[in-house]
Write a new protein. Structure first.
Length: 71
């Protein structure tokens, strides 16, 4: 099985969802390709992406749906 993307958006929201998912015992992968710290001339911030294992989706889905309804 592989990773599936469950969120793409601001890093603040991604970290918030990550904490909620990890609190129920599911490991996450947060990818943020923002290179503004390395190259300050780059102004276009890319969205942060949050991933989980496909096999964990059933357990994580209620948390994801609740999160989406509250943003």
């Amino acid at each position: 099985m592989g990773l599936i993307k469950i969120f793409s958006g601001s890093e603040i929201l991604a970290v918030s969802l990550q904490e909620k998912i990890e609190s129920i015992g599911i490991n996450t992968v947060l990818r943020n390709n923002n290179q503004a710290n390395v190259l300050p001339s780059i102004q276009a911030a890319k969205a942060a992406e949050l991933f989980i294992q496909e096999t964990d989706f059933g357990k994580a889905n209620p948390v994801i749906e609740e999160f989406r309804l509250n943003i």
